[in-house]
Design a protein around this ligand. Structure first.
Ligand code: CP
Length: 316
């Protein structure tokens, strides 16, 4: 499928955003520096308006629930002066009549300039890209990837001044959690030391560990946060992805097996706590009041980062 004519930035030559593994370090740095410039507009101050994408249309196609990704893409497009079409649940669309993804993409790409797609099936965004006449942005494909989440995670770490020489613990559901899959790949480009902390049943997939080792990444595996907290700058906590367990009894065996509390944080008073959200019970709400908590700032950063992505992808 031939795309509409876009004038991409010289630093950024992608037609679609499908996997963080398609990015070079230079391309990621470029997105992060654009986001820094746009952050002032993302805050929506009255005297700071930005109409870079005036007349452009974003279509959000979400086949799975979302709060942050969908709404921050909406906020980003609105802050850039563009318009939004929303398919926020499949129940209200012709998907319930049996329409396949390819036909939906062929149709919707005629209505807009860029599509975000969240879908339960791994690989759905790459497949959608082959049927689309406009750029596809993967907003999460099953247990696969969530590249724009990774870009905002990196932005958060960068804003903390921790991207160089980072030591980070990725905690929780490393088997099904797409955010940690994408983030681990991206951090390997920055030479980060990676500490994987999970129950044995939810370890980082062997294939991903093997890919990371090939890049020379330093990886360590643990089952207890207490063993790593003094060694790291960042705790990146994730929810156990209940919806991806084929057998609910397997979920009940691991539910509630780890929890970040203010007591644990006493072991490292400077550690930054991140989480892609939504949280269930893996971070105690008392942690929200500490200087360590950064997860709501992190979710705000979804707006400038997605403004950067949209404006680059649409050639502005
Ligand atoms: N982090 C994230 O993807 O959140 P949502 O599922 O709410 O979009």
């Amino acid at each position: 499928m031939v795309l509409h004519k876009f004038s991409y930035s010289r630093m950024f030559t992608k037609d679609h955003i499908i996997s963080i593994r398609d990015f070079s370090k230079e391309e990621i740095d470029y997105v992060l520096s654009r986001a820094e410039k746009l952050e002032i507009y993302a805050r929506g101050l009255e005297d700071r308006k930005c109409n870079l994408l005036d007349g452009k249309v974003l279509a959000n196609l979400f086949y799975e629930p979302s709060t942050r990704t969908r709404l921050s893409f909406e906020a980003a497009m609105t802050r850039l002066g563009g318009a939004i079409l929303n398919l926020s649940s499949t129940e209200s669309s012709s998907v319930v009549k049996g329409e396949n993804l390819a036909d939906t993409i062929r149709t919707v790409s005629g209505y807009c300039d860029v599509i975000t797609l969240r879908h339960p099936q791994e690989g759905a965004s790459r497949m959608a890209a082959s049927f689309s006449s406009v750029p596809i942005i993967n907003a999460g494909d099953g247990a696969g990837q969530h590249p724009t989440q990774t870009l905002l995670d990196l932005y958060t770490i960068k804003r903390e001044g921790l991207l160089d020489g980072l030591k980070i613990a990725l905690i929780g559901d490393l088997k099904y959690g797409r955010t940690v899959h994408s983030l681990a790949y991206a951090l390997s480009l920055y030479g980060a030391t990676l500490f994987f902390v999970s129950p044995n049943a939810l370890k980082m997939p062997e294939e991903i560990k093997s890919d990371l080792k090939e890049t020379g990444a330093e990886i360590f595996e643990y089952t207890d946060v207490k063993e790593v907290i003094k060694k790291v700058n960042v705790l990146y906590v994730t929810r156990i992805q209940k919806e991806r367990f084929p057998d609910p009894t397997e979920y009940s065996k691991v539910a509630g097996t780890y929890r970040i509390t203010t007591d644990i944080l006493k072991e490292n008073e400077d550690v930054v706590v991140m989480h892609p959200l939504p949280r269930v019970d893996e971070i105690d709400v008392e942690v929200d009041k500490t200087k360590n908590a950064r997860y709501f700032t992190q979710s705000f950063y979804g707006v400038p980062v997605r403004m950067a992505i949209l404006s680059i992808l649409l050639g502005k």
